[in-house]
Design a protein around this ligand. Structure first.
Ligand code: SDX
Length: 437
């Protein structure tokens, strides 16, 4: 089939050139414009990257109009129903679902890497007890680059694989330790006999003094099931802000742990992963369904910086399929764990119902996203609100390391270096201070 092209013509100069139109498996084709500057002496301008493909990737596909999300071709609802977080992490990192034996080996290797270098614990002592856990995550994950650097050969695929496994294995240990530091409890070491989410809950909530209370006391199978589901749903989402940050940092050849720390920093923002924590604060501020109209009006007011947290999405202009799955799970979890959070859930349902009937939200195609309901489940599992984005970090580490592996395996990947439209002053001469006004 003849290759398709796009012709770009600069009307003022009459210069024009044809550029290849690249087509993937699904989704919009993209015009390949890397020679645009050479051919026509112009750049493209796309603040926020509304219509810019930064790379080719075979990991995740999102169809925003139809609310479709595929991980390596598997629909998110099927993975949510049938898989586990580590099986999905294997899928994202390796491209296909593991055999029973491959999964067993993967889980064992993750368990072997789950412990931290003992010296790392000292980093937590440098934080005040009320430091935000995300601040601790950025600092401690970045410090892993001090423990795994000199012997790391990023041109060696096996070194890259082990680095990715170490990151995925250690992130829950670091996350739980940041919580333990904030409450002044002793750190709990990961255990080889526990499943990934069981280990995390054990490191979060077990106490040495409760040694003889049976473990079901804090490792409830329903909680483990809910965490696996939430981690699966948050594991990857193509070129979102934090994944793009990891890719851009990695394009310079920087240490992978430092690049993941950069991704954690980007995820923290309330416009991105920080939204799950912001939703709970917003629901607390709204307080009751009677106040919903007032807050919807604030969200619509251009002069008011207030936004309806957990609503809207750059790609989904239909329901976020992850939000739909989480909403369905909320009822089940709240019935099991904490009916006293039912009013919070009822308020969220009422807010969603009100917003989805409002002309502004309909016209701008603003629907609940993955962050709208996730916090309600985390709260029911007794995860503190300031740990909600940390939970997102644990899950998204699977996506971040998968994109890192994909990018680093490319025979030729270039440093990411966008251009700009310069709006500053033209050249001018230096003025001696005595002559300045
Ligand atoms: C995540 O990219 C990903 O894939 C992210 C993520 C992932 O898995 O990695 O899905 C996770 O980050 C989900 C999003 C969590 N953030 C929030 O819930 C915060 C609230 N949402 C908004 O900040 C916003 O919707 C964004 C940031 C999510 C999307 O921003 P865009 O794509 O830049 O859209 P926009 O800000 O240009 O909004 C378009 C219009 C604007 O109005 P106009 O200027 O056209 O008049 O919709 C309005 C916005 O003002 N709008 C909202 C709104 N979201 C958008 N108005 C009120 N409340 C909102 N929540």
């Amino acid at each position: 089939m003849e290759k398709d092209t796009v012709t770009i013509k600069v009307n003022s100069t009459g210069k024009q050139a044809d550029f290849p139109l690249l087509k993937g498996t699904h989704g919009n084709p993209a015009v390949e414009i890397s020679s645009l500057n050479k051919e026509l002496g112009i750049f493209t301008y796309d603040p926020g990257f509304m219509a810019t493909a930064s790379c080719k990737s075979s990991i995740t596909y999102i169809d925003g109009e139809n609310g479709i999300l595929l991980y390596r071709g598997y629909p998110i609802d099927q993975l949510a129903k049938n898989s586990s977080f580590l099986e999905v992490a294997y899928l994202l990192m390796n491209g296909d679902l593991p055999s029973r034996q491959e999964l067993g080996a993967f889980v064992n290797e993750i368990n072997q890497h789950a412990m931290l270098h003992e010296a790392l614990r000292g980093f937590f002592d440098g934080f005040h007890y009320d430091a935000h856990p995300m601040a601790m995550m950025v600092g401690v994950v970045g410090s892993l680059s001090a423990f795994y650097h000199s012997e790391l050969d990023m041109n060696d695929p096996e070194h890259r694989r082990i680095s990715a496994m170490r990151m995925l294995a250690k992130i829950p240990t670091i996350a739980a330790a940041s919580y333990r530091h904030s409450v002044g409890w002793p750190y709990v070491y990961p255990r080889q006999d526990l499943e990934y989410c069981e280990n995390f809950l054990n490191m979060m909530f077990s106490l040495p003094s409760q040694k003889y209370i049976d473990e079901a006391h804090y490792i409830d199978p329903a909680a483990v099931k809910a965490l696996n589901l939430l981690f699966i749903l948050h594991a990857d989402h193509e070129q979102n802000a934090s994944t793009s940050t990891v890719r851009l940092a990695s394009s310079t050849g920087a240490n992978p742990y430092a690049c993941i720390a950069a991704g954690i920093s980007a995820l923290w923002g309330p416009a991105h992963g920080g939204a799950n924590e912001a939703v709970l604060s917003m629901l607390d501020e709204i307080g009751s369904a009677d106040n919903i109209p007032k807050f919807i009006a604030k969200a619509k007011d251009k002069n008011d910086p207030f936004r309806l947290m957990g609503f809207g999405h750059r790609v989904y202009k239909n329901f976020d399929p992850r939000a739909t799955i989480i909403r369905e799970t909320c009822h089940e979890i709240l019935e099991k764990f904490s009916s006293d959070d039912e009013p919070l859930f009822e308020l969220a349902l009422a807010l969603e119902e009100y917003a989805l009937k409002d002309e502004y939200f309909i016209e701008k195609k603003l629907y609940p996203n993955v962050d709208f309901y996730s916090g309600i489940i985390y709260k029911a599992l007794k995860i503190p609100v300031d740990m909600f984005t940390v939970m997102f970090v644990i899950a998204r580490t699977a996506g971040w390391v998968s994109h890192w592996l994909e990018m680093m395996a490319e025979p030729t990947h270039r440093i990411g270096r966008p251009r700009q439209i310069y709006t500053g002053l033209s050249a001018r001469d230096y003025v001696e201070i005595a002559e300045r006004k």
